[in-house]
Ligand binder design. Structure first.
Ligand SMILES: *Cc1c(COP(=O)(O)O)cnc(C)c1O
Length: 393
């Protein structure tokens, strides 16, 4: 075998469902020297990271820190720690990531009740209330931003509703944190998890989690050991919490990255961050709509950071995405599950939510669709987005 050449990946613009491009400041932070994972300086960095994470999640929860793995590990951590075999659990499923929650909760031995709505839609609380009343589950799990469909599930008030029935609310905030409001304390969310590579403009590798006092109390009442050694909160919290007892070697460089990603978020300000995502989404939507494209998610419940559009009839999914990648260096997302081959998913997350990216991706999509015979007036998408930017403050 001849030795592979020095690593030299082609620059891409990552406008899919994640990873999104890391902010240059995050990449610089990652190029700084390693510290030992129990070095006093690194312990300080951990403290700062956890403090900023609380601000990002809008929570005072003590038990707030990143799990050393990707978003799915956050899902697994929250569920394995809260569910014991035989516990009643309700999962609200409206897309691909809901089906994963069902799988993980099932593996925890939950006695499961699944609520479903068609992909692209969201849940109304009346239906959830009826189920809570009849099932009285220990845990209810729901996805805030369903990345597979682009649907935005409102969560405000859901925690209060769950607590009327002594149910703990677990929320998947993987695609929402850093893009749209997430208010763990106001919304009374008991366990939340996210990731580093979407709204926080870092590479994949960390999953910020947070547990409420109610959740901590429920964990302390467990009769059985947590099924997973690595994700057992009783041990990890000793490391991230007070004692700093060795549990595993923290991925030092990823913690640097997350610290910088959170600094960027807080420097910009949460409200400004959300407003930026909304504005770029509205411009993109104006452009896509002018090209005759339709969103797969219900009107009024569309995520600013993840724009899932239905492919026009006759468009070759694979050929289109290949052209986007090869000619324009742009990666967008493929349809998952029920939406395989039927939707394209355009992410505008964190650092990538910028007007130049909106205009570029609209121009590129127009080229690709016109090549495949879709009738679009030349420049229609870009013109509509430009018009939006010019006329909205
Ligand atoms: C991306 C995503 C995940 C999984 O995160 P990974 O970092 O890929 O493990 C989970 N839930 C939702 C809603 C996601 O969008």
């Amino acid at each position: 075998m001849s030795l592979p050449g020095q690593l030299n990946p082609t620059p891409r613009l990552l406008l899919g469902p994640g990873p999104s491009d890391a902010h240059p400041r995050v990449l610089s932070a990652m190029a700084t020297p390693l510290l030992g994972h129990l070095d006093p300086q690194f312990l300080q960095i951990m403290t700062e990271t956890a403090e900023m994470l609380r601000l990002a999640y809008q929570t005072k929860n003590t038990l707030t820190f990143p799990i050393s793995a990707t978003g799915m590990a956050g899902m697994e951590t929250t569920l394995v720690n809260l569910i014991e075999p035989g516990d009643r659990v309700v999962i609200c499923c409206k897309g691909y990531f809901g089906t994963r929650m069902i799988d993980v909760a099932g593996r925890c031995g939950a006695q499961l009740t699944v609520l479903e709505v068609p992909w692209g839609q969201v849940f109304d609380f009346d239906r959830i209330r009826d189920t809570l009343r009849s099932v009285r589950p220990k845990v209810l799990g729901i996805v805030h931003a369903e990345t597979s469909t682009g649907a935005y599930q409102p969560l405000q008030g859901l925690g209060q509703l769950c607590h009327e029935f002594d149910t703990l609310l677990v929320a998947d905030c993987v695609t929402s944190l850093g893009c749209v409001p997430v208010a763990l304390d106001d919304w009374e969310i008991d366990a939340a998890y996210s990731c580093s590579q979407k709204g926080l403009s870092c590479p994949p590798g960390l999953s910020p989690v947070s547990f409420s006092e109610r959740a901590v109390e429920a964990m302390s009442q467990r009769k059985t050991k947590v099924q997973s050694w690595y994700f057992d909160m009783t041990m990890i919290r000793q490391y991230w919490g007070g004692d700093r007892a060795y549990h595993h070697t923290a991925p030092i460089t990823m913690v640097y990255a997350l610290r910088e990603g959170l600094r960027l978020l807080l420097e910009e300000g949460l409200s400004a961050r959300w407003a930026r995502h909304l504005r770029n989404h509205q411009a993109l939507k104006a452009g896509l709509t002018a090209m005759g494209l339709k969103y797969s998610a219900q009107e009024g419940y569309q995520l600013p950071q993840l724009n899932a559009i239905l492919l026009p009839p006759g468009v070759d999914d694979l050929a289109g995405r290949k052209q986007l990648l090869q000619e324009f260096g742009i990666e967008i997302g493929v349809g998952l599950g029920d939406f395989k081959g039927k939707v394209w998913r355009i992410g505008l997350m964190g650092y990538n939510s910028r007007p130049n990216n909106v205009l570029l991706v609209l121009a590129a999509i127009e080229q690709v669709l016109r090549k495949q015979g879709v009738s679009i007036a030349p420049g229609a998408g870009v013109a509509a987005a430009e018009q939006f930017y010019a006329t909205s403050a």
